[in-house]
Design a protein around this ligand. Structure first.
Ligand SMILES: Nc1ncnc2c1ncn2[C@@H]1O[C@H](COP(=O)(O)OP(=O)(O)O)[C@@H](O)[C@H]1O
Ligand SMILES: [Mg+2]
Length: 332
């Protein structure tokens, strides 16, 4: 075990326990997080958040997995977009139980709502593209004019992997897209199109308040969306202090310890497009080296554990003992 105190529980010393909440134990990111945390001395289990039972009571509540109380010192939630609501409530429960959580529930919820994220970032002085949330399709053209006219970007407030993002070349197209999204309860955003950044953006990985890695993402062919999931490619990039500072401020304002901050390179400098609370590690680690970002996350867990041990002293530690230690061994 590397540089990490064992958690003293009852008579014996045990490795600290980490639960990764993920529905994809075979995914690259999950596997790297498991591997690097184990190297740092954590006992790691991957648990499907949808299979957990949450009990709420006045004394902080409990979480059960297959009939056993799930006890651990830390969790890393990797909550997919389709289960955001339930995932966030489960993460909140772990917070109530005093577990170290990377990322916290508020941060995840803030980052999943593009409008809320934009509002919070603008409040913190983080530059963002001019963005309008349109409530009635008749207002589309007014919104398009506010963001600088066509072409403009129309996107769903809660989309991911580029799936709800469109480039509207005419007012008519913009109106149609907004209309269709409103019909499907999708909360459309009309956004200034940053032409000079067409088909590319910069992603900075922020871990514990520091940029630990960055890459430039380039779209496939004539595509304007640079998402890795749409076949985009990645390459190394050196980012300036200004980009790094903006990325850290954005992650911090949203309340995220681990964040993938996407920035467009506009002619006036960085504009933060969105902040991802479960950033995929495959693309970035193909640039900076396998396990590199996951190892930073594992070291952040170590720091948090050391802090919580010195903050709460032995009292908290002993409390965690009784119910959890035998139960942990049965997870798959
Ligand atoms: N306003 C914009 N100007 C230029 N390109 C954009 C703009 N908005 C989105 N894009 C491109 O589309 C991609 C996906 O947009 P994004 O808002 O991040 O949606 P998602 O959450 O689906 O990834 C971005 O990575 C970027 O390449
Ligand atoms: Mg994105």
């Amino acid at each position: 075990m590397k540089g990490l105190k064992k958690c003293s529980r009852s008579a014996q010393d045990m490795d600290p326990r980490l639960v990764i909440l993920s529905r994809g134990p075979g995914l690259y990111s999950t596997k790297q997080l498991v591997k690097e945390a184990e190297k740092e001395g954590w006992a790691v289990r991957v648990v499907d958040p949808m299979k957990l039972t949450v009990l709420i009571d006045e004394s902080g509540g409990r979480i059960y997995y297959r009939g056993w109380p799930l006890e651990c010192e830390a969790i890393i939630p990797r909550i997919g977009h389709s289960i955001t609501r339930r995932g966030v409530s489960i993460v909140r429960q772990f917070e109530r139980m005093g577990v170290i959580v990377i990322n916290q529930s508020d941060g995840i919820a803030n980052s999943r709502d593009k409008l809320v994220a934009c509002q919070l970032m603008a409040e913190a002085g983080v530059p963002v593209p001019i963005t309008a949330n349109v409530g009635a399709w008749e207002d589309t053209v007014r919104a398009v004019n506010q963001v600088g006219g066509t072409p403009c970007v129309i996107k769903s407030n809660e989309g991911t992997h580029g799936s709800g993002v469109f480039l509207a070349h005419t007012e008519q197209q913009a109106r149609q897209l907004v209309y269709q999204m409103l019909e499907r309860d999708m909360r459309p955003l009309v956004q200034e199109y940053i032409q000079e950044s067409h088909g590319q953006d910069v992603r900075a990985l922020v871990v514990g308040g520091k940029v630990v890695a960055a890459m430039r993402r380039k779209a496939h062919g004539s595509e304007f969306r640079s998402n890795f999931h749409l076949g985009g490619s990645v390459e190394p990039v050196e980012i300036s202090d200004r980009y790094a500072e903006i990325a850290c401020t954005a992650a911090n304002k949203l309340g995220l310890d681990l964040a993938g901050v996407d920035m467009l390179e506009s002619r006036n400098g960085p504009l933060v497009l969105e902040v991802n609370s479960s950033p995929g590690l495959e693309g970035i680690e193909s640039v900076v080296g396998e396990g590199f970002v996951a190892a930073e996350v594992a070291r952040l867990l170590n720091r948090r554990l050391e802090e919580s041990l010195s903050d709460s002293g032995a009292a908290n530690n002993t409390e965690m003992t009784e119910a959890g230690s035998e139960a942990f061994g049965i997870y798959d």
